[in-house]
Write a protein that binds this ligand. Structure first.
Ligand SMILES: Nc1ncnc2c1ncn2[C@@H]1O[C@H](COP(=O)(O)OP(=O)(O)OP(=O)(O)O)[C@@H](O)[C@H]1O
Ligand SMILES: [Mg+2]
Length: 208
């Protein structure tokens, strides 16, 4: 079996940057599969367009189920086959995003979200989830630098909760509950430094 490595954290914490840096390093000696959530299969990408479309008003319950539907397809169509072939699968957001965004920020309740997550994942559990911990102020600045003023924010990034601390606190709480597989990494230093820290963790776990 390969390994499923997940990057989580609030908007603009540096997930995609770290996914790319890790992929570059892993590619030298390993086969990898890169995934971003929601998305990664034709079905999941179609669902992604609905979820991130600022013109649509998606009810919280529908949002939870759409994320889960996207993931259920991705897990069975891409992730499990890749893991069986011994690949490193790297996910830009995964199940913890649903727990925090839908369970906590959208107040859907953790029990309901866990039940839905279970259907989407079956028996699959991420090997390690890196939580990039960055103050909300910093994330917000990074996004504005990346996108230019508030132009180009997607439907989720426009939400009041995006930068009020609830997402970050939710993630930190979740990491405390799963110390075996969730690793909190300081995301504030230079991207290369953050990437080195992540690499050392993977080495310490005997994964690379
Ligand atoms: N460690 C860092 N220090 C400074 N800037 C960074 C760092 N990591 C990423 N950035 C910059 O911050 C912005 C957001 O980073 P990135 O897109 O990787 O975050 P993200 O978590 O994937 O965001 P989103 O949730 O919107 O997908 C980018 O412009 C990126 O270049
Ligand atoms: Mg990203």
């Amino acid at each position: 079996m390969g390994a499923l490595i997940v990057f989580e954290g609030g908007d603009g914490c540096g997930k995609t940057t770290q996914v790319q840096l890790l992929a570059e390093r892993l590619k030298k000696n390993h086969q990898i599969l890169l995934m971003r959530e929601p998305g990664g299969t034709d079905v999941s990408e179609a669902i992604r367009e609905i979820l991130l479309n600022p013109k649509l008003s998606v009810k919280p319950e529908a949002e939870l189920l759409l994320f889960a539907a996207s993931r259920a397809q991705l897990v069975r169509e891409r992730i499990i086959p890749a893991l069986k072939m011994g690949l490193f699968v790297i996910c830009d957001r995964f199940v913890e995003s649903t727990t925090v965004y839908q369970g906590i920020a959208r107040h859907m309740g953790l029990q309901a979200v866990e039940a839905v997550n279970k259907i989407a994942l079956g028996d699959l559990v991420p090997t390690v989830t890196f939580l990039l911990n960055v103050p909300c102020q910093t994330s917000r600045q990074r996004i504005f630098l990346r996108n230019g003023a508030d132009f180009g924010l997607d439907r989720m990034e426009r939400e009041d909760f995006s930068f009020d601390g609830s997402i970050q606190n939710g993630y930190l709480e979740l990491a405390k509950q799963h110390p075996d597989r969730m690793v909190v990494v300081d995301g504030t230093p230079d991207p290369k430094v953050v990437s080195d820290t992540i690499w050392e963790h993977l080495k310490a776990r005997g994964l690379v």
